[in-house]
Design a protein around this ligand. Structure first.
Ligand code: AMP
Ligand code: TRP
Length: 332
């Protein structure tokens, strides 16, 4: 049976990349599957988080899920710390994954830069916890943005080594679902950098909670080149900023890049940018407004998380019992 699982870190500044690369696909998948969507607070604390901010951001991601159209009755929405099975399975995976595998993780290298010695052990072991998130439910399909591909390959390696070590076909080999024309949304200020929650420049990203003026202003200021838009995708080669804005436009319009270019090819950026802003406001405006409304109702958000965590635990407990058995832990 197919089981969908994905997670988002409650680290603030949810942005258009999170929406197009992940959340929008989460919404679409609920029509065909029962899905598990997790707000990964244990992952968030691999880098310093102010406690009150962490709580607020956890509720904000929950609000973003619901405001975007994920039905909390049909799917399981919960916070990672609400189900201790994730951390328990992660410990076992710490003992399955090899140092050499983790040393190859590019996201760790990007995050620590030259300051490797000062990084938390949790940040290093981050992909093992991510594998535990997924495999605690024997999930088979994981919708994510492009940047998570390497972590998902590691998850497959862990599943395979566990199965081999214990000579049992227990964990599935998961499939990444990297969907749509905007799987890697780039910064509006630099076509070579990913749009990111942690970019110090707020102008580099469109936040889900930005109002229409902020959205229009950020697109107006977005970096571009002097040429008009091409009418074929080949004309976007070597033009990362143009390719990024066209990819965003296509994703927001629900069409492909070639289709979008048939429509907007030949336009100058001065003409295209207001059009892009208009469609972004049409898609994100209602989501931002609904997020604000939900954020004012903390009691409701917390009920969703509590209920989701109880359902998540019920789903993962049989898997953990099986794993404990296989590993050789005495069952008390
Ligand atoms: P994070 O904010 O790192 O927890 O990411 C949550 C989800 O959003 C993951 O599936 C990421 O792959 C996706 N994501 C993050 N940034 C981007 C981006 N710039 N473009 C596309 N997807 C993204
Ligand atoms: N590492 C992911 C990110 O930063 C978040 C994440 C944690 C996740 N656990 C997961 C994504 C399990 C998919 C499945 O984007």
């Amino acid at each position: 049976m197919e089981q969908i699982f994905s997670g988002i870190q409650p680290t603030g500044n949810l942005h258009l990349g999170n929406y197009l690369g992940a959340i929008r696909n989460f919404v679409a998948l609920q029509d065909s599957y029962e899905c598990i969507y997790c707000i990964v607070d244990l992952h968030a604390i691999t880098q310093w988080q102010e406690p009150d901010e962490l709580r607020r951001n956890t509720r904000e991601v929950t609000a973003a899920f619901i405001a975007s159209g994920i039905d909390p009755a049909k799917n399981v929405i919960f916070h990672q710390s609400g189900n201790p099975n994730h951390a328990e399975l992660a410990w076992i995976f710490n003992c399955v994954a090899r140092l050499g595998w983790l040393n190859r993780m590019t996201q760790f290298k990007d995050k620590v830069g030259k300051n490797r010695e000062a990084a938390s052990v949790g940040l290093y072991a981050y992909p093992n916890l991510m594998a535990a998130d997924i495999l605690a439910y024997k999930a088979t399909h994981v919708p994510v943005g492009e940047d998570q591909k390497q972590h998902l390959e590691l998850c497959r390696d862990i599943a395979q080594k566990f199965n081999n070590d214990f000579k049992i076909d227990l964990f599935p080999l998961i499939e990444p679902l990297i969907l749509g024309p905007a799987t890697r949304v780039m910064s509006l200020r630099d076509g070579a950098a990913k749009m990111s929650k942690s970019d110090p420049s707020d102008n580099s990203r469109i936040n889900l909670t930005d109002d229409s003026d902020a959205i229009a202003k950020k697109f107006r200021r977005a970096r571009t080149d002097p040429d008009a838009l091409p009418s074929e995708p080949g004309g976007l080669e070597g033009r990362p900023e143009a390719a990024n804005l066209v990819g965003i436009y296509a994703a927001l319009s629900g069409c492909t890049v070639p289709d979008a270019l048939r429509d907007i090819g030949g336009m100058q950026f001065s003409q295209f940018k207001p059009r892009l802003a208009e469609i972004a406001v049409a898609v994100l405006g209602p989501i931002g407004a609904e997020m604000q409304r939900l954020m004012a109702d903390t009691a409701y958000i917390d009920t969703v998380l509590r209920d989701g965590a109880a359902r998540a635990r019920a789903l993962s407990e049989p898997v953990l019992a099986q794993v404990f058995d296989v590993v050789g832990f005495v069952r008390s």
